[in-house]
Write a protein that binds this ligand. Structure first.
Ligand code: FAD
Length: 464
């Protein structure tokens, strides 16, 4: 029988007091009974508006119908036709602005919890059996994928399925991109990402880590000397931005990127980790996106006495996922809205002592459609701090551009492509944050998949 409840089945989560001092996953996931109950809320709309809101076009009503029947294997089969990272997307996609924002149930209550159901199905599948070995016939043609984030993984997955001989080059010692070095364990356990990568390796993916393309080998060398017929660039947007205010070079100021990499990839949270990182004290994080929430919640888990997020707009404009903001608030992170730093204040040892801010008010809408924050007169204040983490955005690293002949980029550093991911250099394709600047996991995956299709077409035409 249909479930007419206007509310989602709540997601079980560990208590804020317990979880805010460790790195174990916060949300613990639906049970089979809860998943079936939530799936019963779906109205099975014929025109599938939710699918239209998914950048990789998962057939949402069909997989939800299978969950409602209790056939989780069939549900996984439906999702995996178009999504290669369902356990990841079920956890980190901003569903409230994508699939769930189009759900008809959302008009008179809460939308169907599509993300939670996707996570349930993926976790159920992953618990059932180990990854099957490759059964795909290989065509022997070599392609290279540079970068192992969601764009590179999605592109590689589709190329492997088409029979290509795929080698992935990753600059860091562990594959996964932001999924491993940026998003913390308590939101996305690393084992899930590693399982996805192992699955691709079993399908034939050659993974080379510690390979900085543009330093060890260039894209030109991959194509002209190493025999790769096409290259996909999915190198992300890992170059941190700063505000260019006085004090950003003081001891105790981090980019969120550095801070999160030390925590996530180098395990700074393990007590005897050799990675130097600030523990305890008063931490201020500047920014309002997912990166700021993650940095703030990591600082708390590393033992900070107080963590404050400083954001120049109001709560309504926070770009972070709603669930992450809610969890951060529950855990005791303090939010200073409509506040903007103008200087980081030093102590006598050139270390952070505080952050000097001004209050803001919202003026006219800017080009992004959000109201522009303007400084309120005589509104200065100082927040005492021992560490400041800047989480105000990132740009694509210029290394690939500067070492690849004929690769056009935009002024902010994004690689220029057509709608199929083809760059100005024949045989070179790109997608994800390296093209758009910092965006989302699912958009990066969508771009990787589109480029894989275009690379296949390019290589077929080349051979005619
Ligand atoms: C802290 C944080 C939290 C986030 N939270 C969310 C969220 O909740 N939901 C969401 O949808 N999105 C979130 N995002 C954004 C999302 O993670 C990114 O949009 C997405 O990972 C981009 O994927 P990508 O494959 O383009 O790049 P990345 O994931 O950045 O991967 C690029 C990879 O390329 C490698 N690389 C770079 N240069 C080279 C080179 N020269 N040679 C070889 N390898 C190279 C990098 O080491 C990296 O592994 C978050 C981002 C951050 C930083």
């Amino acid at each position: 029988m249909a479930n007419l409840s206007p509310k989602k089945v709540p997601m079980p989560a560990r208590a804020p007091k317990l979880r805010s001092r460790d790195f174990l996953e916060v949300a613990t996931g639906y049970t089979a009974e809860q998943a079936i109950e939530e799936a019963g809320r779906c109205l099975q709309c014929k025109h599938k508006p939710c699918t239209g809101g998914c950048p990789v076009q998962v057939d949402i009503p069909s997989f939800v119908a299978e969950v409602a029947k209790g056939d989780f294997a069939a549900a996984y089969e439906v999702i995996s036709r178009t999504s290669s990272l369902p356990a990841v997307c079920g956890r980190v996609c901003p569903q409230e602005t994508q699939c769930e924002s189009r759900c008809v149930r959302g008009k008179n209550g809460e939308p169907v919890a599509i993300g939670r159901l996707e996570r349930f199905v993926a976790d159920w599948h992953n618990e059932q059996a180990d990854v099957p070995a490759c059964t795909i016939a290989q065509n022997g043609r070599r392609v290279a994928v540079v970068g192992s984030g969601p764009a590179g993984l999605a592109c590689a997955g589709d190329l492997l399925r088409m029979g290509y001989d795929v080698t992935m080059f990753e600059a860091l010692h562990l594959a996964g991109g932001v999924l491993v070095y940026g998003i913390p364990e308590f939101r996305l356990p690393k084992a899930i990402v590693q399982q996805e990568i192992r699955r691709l390796q079993k399908q034939g993916l050659h993974l080379q880590t510690n390979m900085v393309i543009g330093r060890v080998l260039s894209v030109d060398e991959l194509m002209e000397q190493q025999g790769y017929e096409a290259v996909f660039i999915g190198t992300g947007a890992g170059l941190p931005r700063f505000m260019n205010i006085p004090g950003e070079n003081l001891g105790g100021v981090y980019s969120a990127n550095e801070f999160l990499t030390r925590v996530n990839l180098m395990k700074a949270y393990v007590p005897d980790s050799p990675t130097p990182i600030r523990r305890g004290g008063r931490v201020v994080v500047v920014g309002g996106g997912n990166v700021a929430m993650d940095a703030a919640r990591c600082a708390l888990r590393l033992g900070a006495d107080k963590v404050t997020i400083v954001y120049r707009r109001s709560a309504e404009e926070l770009p972070a996922r709603a669930e992450e903001v809610e969890h951060a608030m529950e855990e005791g992170i303090v939010f200073r809205f409509l506040s903007n730093p103008v200087e980081i204040v030093a102590d006598d040892h050139r270390r952070v002592a505080g952050i000097h801010c001004v209050e803001m008010e919202l003026g006219e809408a800017d080009a992004s459609g959000r109201r522009r924050p303007v400084v309120k007169a005589d509104s200065d204040f100082i927040i005492d701090a021992d560490a400041v983490i800047m989480a105000i955005g990132t740009s694509p690293n210029p290394l690939i551009k500067s070492t690849t002949a004929g690769l056009e980029t935009q002024p902010f550093g994004g690689i220029v492509t057509n709608e199929w991911g083809a760059t100005s250099r024949p045989g070179v394709f790109a997608g994800g944050d390296a093209v758009t600047g910092a965006a989302t996991v699912i958009l990066a995956m969508g771009a990787g998949k589109t480029a894989a299709e275009a690379m296949d077409k390019y290589m077929r035409q080349k051979n005619q």
